[in-house]
Design a protein around this ligand. Structure first.
Ligand SMILES: *Cc1c(COP(=O)(O)O)cnc(C)c1O
Length: 361
């Protein structure tokens, strides 16, 4: 038996205060909770992929710099040689690396709501995290409040998810530029949902030295492989390389992502199908009595349910075999809100039917 207080003596107070990032068990459900691409590959493509994997040297450490994959990422994203790219075990790992590199008293700024890992990792490291509320009507940036927070907290890093998770909004780009210009520290534009949005800051890298653009292959359709990347000036990326674990991208991921990105047409059609389903689900949601859906530039839709009913509706939908995400416990602007990931047409139809039935209860 561990002695009383053993755990509290061993671990940092910041760690003791955290709660683990909870992922619901989705076994047996229609899974519309995690922004995954619902489509798999054709048999033919799978065979080609297996052939590419066949000669992977599992007995050897992978290329520590993943040079070939790094070059492919730069090519498919049109990132010029003035900039460097760091690969991470998911963009989650890149957020962690970046924050680990800051001084212990540094401030980190983002919006509320936004992607939860910015705060979770900042809290774990004992950094000073500040979330500036978005505008209530539009979920857009509150620029005066952002500029005031920059002035007050002098953040070392500002994270802006573009489009934002969980609101799926593309923030006003003129406001983002004002923020980049006002910041004394780094600004990370997190483009996890770039495949579904018609906007990006990747081509503005050359205009601002403090700008970093981060992406991931997870939402595109390769969430199982865990690969994210961030692009910026070499002097910045170099610092992150120093604290990266040497073999953070395993060989199966290196070869599989390389294969998938070199066969980009696999995803083009899937992305198109997801975007057209997004339009159908959005319209159907807004036709339901008591539901307000917010326009989406990503592969999910946030919607508001009648007052104080979000959790009951979430559970009633789950009871019918469809798993979405209850955002209402996060409170603030997310009170009464649920989030659904766009799935295959028949999954979306099952979700809409389950929601309609839940509303009638
Ligand atoms: C999903 C998500 C990520 C994490 O992506 P991984 O590469 O799978 O770690 C990062 N940022 C935002 C905004 C996301 O929604």
């Amino acid at each position: 038996m561990l002695e009383n207080n053993f755990i509290t003596h061993i671990f940092r107070p910041e760690v003791l205060a955290l709660s683990a990032y909870h992922v619901a068990n989705a076994a047996g459900f229609i899974k519309l909770d995690a922004m995954e691409n619902p489509y798999s590959w054709s048999e033919e493509i799978k065979q080609q992929w297996l052939a590419a994997l066949k000669d992977c040297a599992l007995n050897r450490y992978p290329d520590p710099e993943a040079r070939q994959l790094n070059a492919t990422i730069k090519r498919v994203n049109n990132i010029s040689d003035e900039f460097e790219v760091l690969l991470g075990n998911g963009s989650d790992e890149i957020i962690q690396l970046l924050l680990m590199a800051l001084p212990p008293t540094a401030s980190v700024l983002s919006t509320t709501p936004s992607f939860v890992m910015y705060k979770q990792i900042s809290d774990c490291l004992g950094l000073r995290y500040h979330g500036v509320p978005l505008l209530a009507d539009s979920f857009d940036l509150d620029l005066p409040a952002m500029l005031a927070a920059i002035n007050e907290h002098q953040p070392s890093v500002i994270f802006l998810a573009y489009p934002n998770n969980p609101t799926s909004t593309l923030f006003n780009d003129a406001a983002i530029i004002k923020i980049i210009e006002a910041a004394n520290g780094l600004v990370v534009i997190d483009e996890a949902y770039a495949p579904f949005a018609d906007a990006s800051f990747m081509n503005r890298l050359g205009q601002y030295d403090n700008l970093l653009v981060m992406r991931t292959v997870s939402k595109l359709g390769l969430a199982g492989l865990r690969l994210g990347y961030i692009a910026g000036l070499p002097a910045i990326i170099e610092q992150l390389h120093k604290i990266r674990l040497p073999y953070n991208i395993n060989v199966l991921t290196q070869v599989s992502v390389e294969f998938a990105l070199s066969n980009h047409e696999i995803f083009d059609q899937q992305t198109q199908a997801i975007c057209s389903e997004r339009a159908r689900v959005f319209q159907h949601l807004n036709e339901l009595d008591g539901i307000t859906a917010y326009a989406s530039a990503a592969n999910f839709i946030l919607f508001k349910t009648p007052k104080d009913q979000a959790t009951a509706i979430f559970l009633a939908i789950k009871q019918q075999g469809v798993l979405i995400k209850n955002m209402s416990p996060q409170a603030g602007l997310l009170t009464d809100c649920l989030r659904v990931t766009i799935g295959q047409p028949e999954e979306n139809t099952a979700f809409l039917a389950a929601l309609q039935k839940s509303l009638a209860l």
